[in-house]
Design a binder for this molecule. Structure first.
Ligand SMILES: [Zn+2]
Length: 199
């Protein structure tokens, strides 16, 4: 089976948000549920001082994708586990309409650091489909080294796809669900630099 290891972090600014107790777990559960059928497991790495408690980053501002996301990623360094876990930082994103973002290695905001792709998730929003983490993992898989040189596919036109445009909640059709995971994206996740094969 393939195992994707997530290294979870919180910013101090996000930790008291009302969505904090619910959103990260809902997003992780949905990711697990969708990938289980494909024999891909999700594992959480220890980042904090106590088992099961993620590292809290001393960052009291919001996460500004244009200004400081690299500074926040740098704070993760001392608490990152060995191996290829992908950092996922839960906090308040300054760009308030953004549910989450995957940050590629060559992103200007990384200040030249050659970090593998990482993810930030906005605690201010809670997607009713809970697919945000899985959606961003797919972006990160395409960004990761296994796919260097290949173009990132566009978002799927099918609105029920996990990889449909980033804000499906805005769709007025309340009957819509987001539960379709195309095989192409499963293959990308399986061969991502942050996935490990275990016999
Ligand atoms: Zn997207």
């Amino acid at each position: 089976m393939n195992v994707i290891t997530i290294a979870p972090f919180y910013t101090a600014s996000g930790v008291n948000h009302p969505n904090t107790p619910r959103t990260p777990q809902a997003y992780i559960n949905k990711t697990r549920e969708m990938l289980k059928a494909h024999n891909i497991a999700i594992e959480l790495a220890e980042t904090g001082d106590f088992a099961g408690v993620p590292c809290m980053l001393e960052w009291n501002q919001s996460i500004d994708l244009d200004k400081n996301v690299g500074d926040i990623r740098a704070l993760c360094e001392p608490s990152l586990p060995f191996g290829n876990a992908i950092p996922v930082i839960f906090g308040i994103i300054y760009q308030a309409e953004v549910y989450g973002a995957a940050i590629p290695t060559d992103y200007a905001g990384n200040g030249g650091k050659r970090w593998p792709p990482y993810i930030v998730i906005n605690l201010q929003l809670q997607s009713r489909f809970n697919a945000v983490l899985l959606h961003e993992l797919i972006h990160a898989a395409y960004f990761s080294k296994a796919y260097l040189g290949k173009p990132m596919p566009d978002h799927d036109a099918n609105p029920t796809s996990i990889f449909a445009a980033c804000a499906p909640d805005k769709n007025s059709d309340r009957s819509l669900t987001q539960n379709f995971l195309p095989a192409l994206h499963v293959a990308a996740l399986r061969s991502a630099a942050f996935a490990t094969f275990r016999a």
